[in-house]
Ligand binder design. Structure first.
Ligand code: BGC
Length: 719
């Protein structure tokens, strides 16, 4: 349909029908589903005790081809104007084939694979009836206490933007009407949800507009530049106003400044939550604020359906605002081809063929193999082929490795490390649980010690259970749970070499394991094929190549700790640790334990010959940065070469380092390759005090290396 036809359709709609389009409910309120159990909470208050017929425009969280077909068909049978429902769900890192959590995908630095994972997730969910995914989540994060760091790709605005684009390309493809195996993407959570005070979920966010624009907004913008169809608001306040009712943010920046004309949806109940925030007296005022801010769809609360009719009739809200929102929603339905093809790709037969198929699992394996990060290795990994290995810990035989937001993925489909290792390892493997996630009995401990005594090396399988991160999963103590630290202490006394594999959803405080173990492999929640991928890394079939995209703190007391911070007026000189009046702690280094970009390999790489094409850059003459990288070890490996820049003096102070580019090189033993980067004046721009976006002439330092700390250095002047 063209715009005129859509507008014509809107003209035929009653006010009530229009407002119904603005409501999103879970499936329990729609005919065709098993809807008995769940008429609770806000829906009960709406007086909804029976399935809705014309009452909503979209459905949240229902999947399964037949279930979706049933709901859509029974809805359309009764719908006066035949406007199809849109089905949306949180397809965040896979649908049935689960990929590593997004934080882990970030650590692969592999944009192509990230895109491929989104394409597969789209395909699986599209045949299961879904039209829109609430992804990518691109919130920038600096605080590992926040449980939702697992959903994002990390602490860097540039890298997050690159991944945002890759995910959007993968989900959406290039034409949603023709490519019915793709989904519309919904970037979230706009804005700055990743910066809650104290790392506590849903908490206040407070920052200057300059910082918001500089660090936090670019990744959302990148997703929109890639054509992302939808945006979700965030739960937090932005400069004291809940994002969901924040006119400056939503109308001002998102719509007017960036020209976003797609659908804006609230987060779950976030319109009504304006009351608890203290920004609305009641549902009516909350509805008023949200519609004025430009929120098109209300998720799971009744403020719009209950109050917009009266707000329009009394003249307080212009009906044009409602029409605008309805038009955006209908336009998306049209782009998805739903008017002609309301069942779209939903197909119970194809669903059986496609979900969790061999090809999808292979990509999940590859991504898991590329996103694990080797944090330490004093020569104990890979395992000697004939070693006697004791695999000990709560994650030895656990299949809780999918991570939060794992859709219809089933743990039972994921091989735990022990069974994957058994299939692959040529030496002897003995296994013991040692303890639960956070409990230990004397019998468990004794059995573990016994198992370890007979072994040449102990491989520890430790971690957080998946519910310890994700939404509502904030922690103040981000160490491994106490029982596991106890287990490590006891095993350490045996004096055997130890390698630890850690499954978790956030950077941890590694006290009690990092010094104790001879090797540490960060497996994250690696998804459906994670067991196999980690086993292949342990045995050396795969050479680890992941690089951290979020710093690992020394302790929680350092948080937030991130690589692109300012220098301060009294930077600490690490060689003069007894100086008092400098910016430091008296009980901890300033630097994180492991910096952004860090990760080891089973081979080694040497950097040399850093050259710039010119000592001066002009606005229209970019410079080229080159560095030679040599694989100096005995195995093939992947190195992620990272380029950072520092603006030495700006009108506004600039971070010590900012990532400006990266290149992944695959190098055979002894092989050298040159990484080449182009640096333009545009990449040196930033928001000045007047929020103008410009560069500063003057000196710049360039750093190239294996991570944000270990780099070669050169400099140039912008003239
Ligand atoms: C989360 C969103 C999610 C929504 C719908 C909310 O609680 O914050 O990320 O998309 O639920 O499931």
């Amino acid at each position: 349909m063209d715009i005129q036809q859509l507008k014509g359709l809107i003209q035929q709609m009653t006010l009530e029908e229009k407002i119904a389009q603005l409501l999103q409910l879970t499936a329990h309120f729609h005919e065709g589903t098993d809807n008995e159990s769940q008429v609770t909470g806000p829906m009960e208050e709406m007086g909804i005790t029976e399935p809705m017929v014309t009452g909503s425009g979209s459905v949240l969280g229902l999947s399964g081809a037949q279930a979706v077909i049933d709901v859509q068909q029974s809805y359309l049978k009764k719908s006066r104007l035949g406007i199809p429902l849109m089905f949306m769900a949180d397809v965040v890192h896979g649908f049935k084939t689960i990929f590593p959590i997004p934080l882990a995908i970030g650590c692969s630095w592999d944009l192509e694979l990230a895109e491929k994972s989104a394409e597969i997730a789209a395909k699986e969910s599209a045949v299961s009836g879904i039209h829109v995914t609430f992804a990518p989540m691109v919130d920038l994060v600096r605080d590992p206490r926040w449980g939702r760091v697992m959903e994002t790709t990390g602490e860097d605005p540039y890298l997050n933007g690159m991944f945002a684009r890759a995910f959007v390309r993968g989900y959406q493809g290039s034409n949603l009407k023709e490519e019915t195996d793709r989904l519309a993407a919904c970037v979230k959570h706009f804005a700055a949800y990743g910066a809650p005070e104290g790392g506590r979920d849903y908490n206040t966010v407070n920052m200057s507009e300059r910082q918001l624009r500089e660090q936090y907004l670019p990744a959302y913008k990148a997703a929109l530049d890639e054509g992302c169809e939808m945006v979700m608001t965030s739960f937090n306040t932005v400069d004291g106003i809940p994002a969901t009712g924040n006119e400056k943010l939503m109308r001002g920046i998102l719509r007017d400044e960036w020209g976003f004309d797609g659908v804006l949806i609230s987060d779950w109940a976030s319109i009504r939550e304006m009351i608890a925030h203290g920004a609305a007296e009641d549902d009516r005022e909350a509805a008023y604020r949200a519609i004025r801010a430009g929120v098109d769809i209300e998720m799971m609360t009744p403020c719009y359906v209950r109050h917009l009719p009266e707000l329009v009739e009394s003249g307080k809200v212009d009906e044009a605002l409602i029409d605008e929102a309805v038009l955006r929603i209908l336009r998306l339905k049209d782009k998805l081809g739903l008017f002609e093809n309301p069942l779209r790709a939903a197909d119970p037969e194809r669903e059986k063929e496609i979900l969790f198929c061999e090809e999808h699992r292979r990509v999940s394996y590859e991504l898991a193999a590329k996103s694990s990060v080797l944090l330490k290795n004093d020569g104990v990994l890979p395992l000697r082929k004939d070693a006697r290995v004791a695999l000990i810990g709560p994650y030895a035989e656990s299949n809780d490795i999918l991570g939060w937001w794992s859709c219809v993925g089933e743990k039972e489909d994921a091989a735990p490390l022990a069974s994957a290792l058994k299939e692959r390892f040529t030496g002897t493997l003995v296994v013991s649980e040692g303890c639960g996630i956070d409990s230990m009995t004397p019998e468990q401990l004794e059995a573990a010690l016994e198992t370890a005594r007979s072994a040449d090396i102990v491989v520890l399988a430790l971690g957080e259970e998946s519910a310890m991160s994700g939404e509502g999963g904030s922690r103040t103590n981000i160490r491994l749970p106490q029982a596991q630290l106890e287990l490590v202490k006891w095993l350490k006394k045996l004096g055997k070499p130890m390698a630890a594999v850690i499954f978790n959803g956030r950077p941890l405080d590694l006290h009690g394991i990092f010094d104790e173990a001879d090797a540490v492999l960060e497996a994250w929640f690696p998804g459906s094929e994670g067991g196999a991928a980690i086993a292949d890394i342990l045995t050396g079939r795969v050479n680890p190549s992941g690089r951290l995209t979020m710093s690992f703190p020394q302790s929680v007391g350092q948080v937030p700790v991130y690589y692109n911070h300012f220098n301060t007026g009294r930077p600490m000189d690490p060689s003069k640790s007894d100086e008092r009046y400098v910016s430091k702690y008296i009980d901890s280094p300033n630097d994180p334990l492991l910096p952004f970009g860090f990760g080891l390999s089973y081979t080694s790489f040497e950097y040399s010959d850093l050259t710039l094409s010119s000592p001066e850059m002009k606005a229209d003459e970019p410079i080229t940065v080159q560095v030679k990288v040599t694989n100096t070890g005995e195995r093939a490996g992947i190195e992620t070469v990272q380029l950072y820049v520092r603006d030495v003096a700006g009108e506004v102070v600039r971070p010590l380092r900012e990532l400006k580019g990266f290149e992944r090189l695959e190098l055979q033993p002894g092989e050298s390759q040159t990484a080449t980067f182009t640096l333009t004046e545009e990449q040196l721009r930033y928001h000045h005090s007047d929020l103008g976006f410009a560069s500063d002439p003057g000196s710049f330092r360039v750093f190239v290396g294996a991570n944000s700390r270990d780099t070669l250095e050169a400099s140039f002047k912008l003239v």
